[in-house]
Design a protein around this ligand. Structure first.
Ligand code: GCU
Length: 344
């Protein structure tokens, strides 16, 4: 067993041994029930947690004699990378992972990590709701022992820094910016001229506070829910990525469900997606308001063209490395055009 994996296994054992932890959602299971463990890295206020709690109630209302769903927030089961490994091995049943991290498990996921892939949030949502686009990606990790069962909104990613507004890519020069642990994100920062510092989400606050990094990039919720706006005072809407979060499930567990049970789980995934996305809209509005009025964060609206042009080579290199994804890429462009035309 590798050292890091031993650590994850140990953490998991101690967390699970605690039984009814604060934030965990259900009382102890009866001996006839199978526990379904779902991990994520957000707080209990976050739309993802609220959606998962609805999922839990729904599954238990339909299949409660057999399954007891437990939702573990706030990296209680480990970082996202660790939770993906736990889902892979079946130590837990599901976890929420950023699409970014999944590209190291299947290169098909690189597609949704491309900067400026979507020209609007409408095109992004329509793409993610289209199974002819998502299926080849969502099922591409079956050999790795898991598959995606639904997507969750994570808004638009933008740069934010401790003390310098980012108006052009040149403003990123010399700045250490935390990115998610994915080759696409590291390359994106190189193309934009900043210095990429990959690390897990849970480490970002301390890294900002101790000045190990000068800034990060994320949606507005990171300012408030994760406290990054206490340290970073400039948030620049360069709109570089719309990266979905993905609920992944252990394949052996999913394949072990009877057809009737699977149907109920599928209904639960649809419900989760719906609730999370509805909650997301108000959560982002509230986060912006709180960041501006309570944390003193200034919102900056740069011209995005120079950022977009700098990132363009990433589209070409992905299409060259994976020509089989070209039809899917083109289908996304159709959604982009459709919503641009609807706007004008
Ligand atoms: C968002 C996203 C998370 C991700 C985080 C990050 O919050 O919803 O899934 O872990 O960004 O930047 O790591």
């Amino acid at each position: 067993m590798k050292k890091s994996f031993r650590l994850i296994a140990l953490t998991l054992t101690s967390v699970l041994a605690l039984g009814s932890l604060a934030g965990c959602s259900t009382p102890a299971a009866s001996e006839h029930q199978q526990i379904i463990r779902i991990g994520h890295n957000q707080s209990t206020n976050h739309p993802t947690h609220l959606g998962l709690i609805e999922f839990e109630s729904f599954i238990e209302s339909k299949l409660g004699d057999k399954y007891n769903v437990e939702v573990y927030p706030s990296e209680l089961l480990g970082s996202q990378n660790e939770m993906v490994q736990l889902t892979q091995t079946g130590a837990i049943n599901f976890c929420v992972a950023s699409n970014s991290l999944l590209e190291t498990f299947s290169s098909n996921y690189t597609l949704f990590n491309l900067p400026y892939l979507f020209s609007s949030s409408e095109a992004y949502h329509a793409t993610m709701d289209d199974p002819t686009i998502t299926d080849p990606i969502f099922k591409s990790t079956q050999k790795a022992g898991f598959e995606a069962v639904t997507w969750l909104d994570a808004g638009t990613r933008n740069f934010y820094t401790v003390n310098k507004p980012i108006n052009t890519p040149a403003d990123l020069k010399g700045l250490k910016i935390r990115v998610q642990q994915s080759p696409t994100n590291v390359e994106m920062m190189r193309l934009l001229g900043g210095s990429a510092t990959p690390m897990g989400f849970g480490e970002v606050y301390t890294a900002l506070q101790s000045k190990v990094i000068d800034g990060a990039e994320n949606n507005e919720m990171a300012l408030t829910d994760n406290g990054h706006g206490d340290v970073c005072k400039f948030y620049s809407y360069d709109m570089h990525q719309m990266i979905p979060d993905i609920l992944i499930g252990n394949l052996a567990f999913l394949n072990g469900l009877s057809p009737e049970e699977r149907e109920i789980f599928e209904e639960g995934f649809v419900l989760l997606n719906k609730v999370q996305r509805e909650e997301w809209i108000t959560a982002v509005e509230k986060a912006k308001d709180r960041a501006a009025n309570e944390q003193g964060v200034q919102f900056v609206y740069p011209d995005t063209v120079a950022f977009q042009e700098a990132c363009e080579p990433l589209h070409q290199s992905m299409l060259k490395a994976q020509p089989e994804l070209k039809p899917i890429y083109d289908a996304i462009q159709k959604y982009n055009e459709l919503y641009l035309a609807a706007e004008s």
